[in-house]
Design a protein around this ligand. Structure first.
Ligand code: ARG
Length: 563
């Protein structure tokens, strides 16, 4: 039951305000002894020409009090105290009937949201830094979809640019075919690094690379085939990681997809009179906005990242008629997105205001002992594999007889890394520390997973439930706090949508897990005072498990039934 709505309806029965206004006015009192909801009577006082205090008092006497323990007036406020038993029963039963839909809604119905996330560069390592955009984007996709928005996940691959000329040149000179097939990105990275080393000694290599890129741009067969091969090989490796994470995309339209859409966008910018010549380059001046110019065409006539993003935004609007167009990209690109959105606005597109850059911080490593294949880059695949291995070690130590150990280690291990990435405000840097991430206590993935598995084990022991629950027995502080948390699920989802912050959901599941453990430690379930209490507690456990599962699913983490 939505108590806020109920409060609003009860008030509406007595006053001349529309439901929406009433709902907007309702507050949550700062202290729980002031009730669960409060309605201020100041606005009514203007209409009714009466003191707010006396309006509150009159309302208190008239209002229907069903489902409330009491309704009091505190000065100009009307304070509502929800009936705890009624609330407990309604909350638990709602979770248990709605199941995997509990917390969902159709508030986003008919609204399309494009989410650009992950978007790695072809022929470059998919490293640990890429997990931020991938995990945040995936979580936002799930969270928004859960509330009825129609999300379109776009992997805006970095698959175009002058670097492909260098790569073709390097390929022709130094590529080891076998290595390319076995570990494509390592080999592409090796020859790319070599290209730069050699080009320092012999600058003519740069001209050769430019020539190859020109050929690629002109659609020459050999160069196009090579580029396609680099792209296919890279994608194959990226997809290994996407599979491990359970991440999917609706579109893989990367930068190259916009090659044939560049002329039109440049012409449009020109027609609006925005194109300025700057040392041979074509730019949009953004001085009035205290920003450097947005480069549209370099002096050699080549388009750049920004040009492709302008074309992409315009294409997304035409194709998906988005309600919001979200970019999950590191904070280092904040200026790029400001320039992009400002240019779109100058072009007369009001929908530029619907474009949002969802930025995030860096990942740092607390302990250096991480397996790296090459140089400083830590491949995400290696990190995830290491998490699975370490988790398996813990399982072997704690519960060696667990069935499907490998499967469980995968879900818990990978989940623990994702959890760590989504635990804090996304603008904050992440300090990656194995000990902390894999710990079974503290605010970690394994802790939440373990709470879920513990709940499931209780439910298995309880078997089929006979008899009915007496919810009035769940009156202890621990029980009521847990019920209240369960009731707050959707509120935290909406908060997370409002801020485009998955960590709000992560924090929420931590809160539920903590509440569950407090309850579990304080009260016996199987040996409860009587059957009606036992049934009520079992139902509370069942509802808790459901909410933990739904919450973790929203941040892209699968649960295990046993661990
Ligand atoms: N490929 C870029 C990078 O790795 C990220 C692309 C983000 N999306 C976009 N539409 N610009 O930095």
């Amino acid at each position: 039951m939505d108590y806020k709505k109920l409060v609003a309806e009860r008030i509406k029965e007595n006053v001349e305000l529309d439901l929406e206004t009433i709902e907007r006015l309702i507050e949550i009192p700062p202290k729980s002894d002031m009730g669960d909801f409060a309605f201020p009577c100041f606005q009514l006082s203007k209409v009714l020409r009466k003191a707010p205090n006396s309006i509150a008092e009159e309302l208190k006497n008239k209002i229907n009090k069903e489902s409330f323990e009491k309704i009091e007036n505190l000065g100009p406020y009307l304070n509502f105290f929800v009936d705890k038993v009624d609330f407990t029963k309604n909350t638990i039963e709602k979770v248990l009937t709605e199941k995997e839909k509990y917390g969902a809604s159709d508030m986003g119905k008919g609204k399309n949201i494009t989410i650009d996330y992950s978007s790695p560069n072809i022929a470059k390592p998919f490293h640990v830094g890429h997990l931020s955009t991938t995990a945040i984007g995936n979580a936002l996709y799930k969270i928004l979809s859960f509330e009825g928005f129609n999300c379109i996940g776009i992997n805006h691959l970095g698959d175009w640019g002058t670097q492909f000329g260098k790569l073709i040149s390097a390929y022709k000179r130094w590529c080891d075919e076998e290595a390319l097939e076995n570990k494509p990105i390592n080999e592409l990275l090796r020859i790319y690094v070599k290209f730069h080393e050699e080009a320092e000694k012999d600058p003519s290599l740069e001209d050769e690379a430019r020539m190859y890129f020109k050929k690629l741009e002109d659609g020459c067969e050999e160069e196009t085939k090579l580029w396609q091969r680099f792209k296919d090989l890279s994608l194959k490796e990226f997809k290994i990681v996407y599979n491990m994470l359970g991440v999917e995309f609706d579109s893989y339209a990367g930068e190259s997809f916009y090659n044939d859409k560049m002329d039109a966008i440049i012409e449009e910018i020109d027609k609006k009179g925005l194109l300025t010549d700057s040392n041979g380059a074509k730019v949009v001046m953004l001085d009035d906005y205290n920003m450097p110019p947005c480069i549209i065409k370099k002096s050699d006539g080549a388009t750049i990242y920004a040009t492709r993003d302008l074309a992409a935004a315009s294409y997304r609007k035409k194709t998906y008629d988005f309600y919001r167009n979200i970019y999950v990209v590191g904070a280092a690109q904040s200026l790029h997105f400001k320039q992009l959105f400002t240019t779109l606005k100058l072009m007369g597109h009001d929908w530029a205001d619907d474009c949002k850059h969802v930025a995030f911080g860096l990942v740092r490593f607390a302990d250096k002992k991480l397996s790296t294949r090459k140089g400083d880059v830590i491949f995400l695949e290696d990190l995830l594999n290491e998490a699975v291995e370490k988790t398996l070690e813990v399982i072997n130590e704690k519960n060696p007889d667990l069935e499907n150990k490998e499967e469980a280690a995968k879900k818990i291990g990978i989940g623990s890394v994702v959890f760590a990435y989504l635990k804090n405000n996304r603008e904050k840097d992440i300090i990656f520390d194995w000990k902390e991430i894999l710990s079974f206590d503290g605010e970690t993935g394994p802790y939440v997973q373990y709470s879920y598995a513990r709940g499931k084990s209780i439910l298995r022991k309880a078997g089929e439930i006979k008899g009915s629950a007496d919810y009035s027995k769940l009156s202890s502080k621990e029980e009521f706090e847990l019920v209240k948390s369960l009731g707050n699920f959707q509120k935290s989802i909406l908060h997370s949508i409002d801020k485009l912050e998955p960590y709000i959901v992560t924090r929420y599941v931590i809160e539920v897990a903590k509440g569950f453990n407090k309850f579990y430690n304080a009260h016996s379930i199987m040996n409860a005072e009587d059957d009606a209490t036992k049934v009520a507690r079992i139902k509370l456990v069942e509802a808790t498990c459901q909410v933990l599962k739904n919450g973790l699913a929203l941040i892209g983490i699968e649960t295990v039934e046993k661990m």
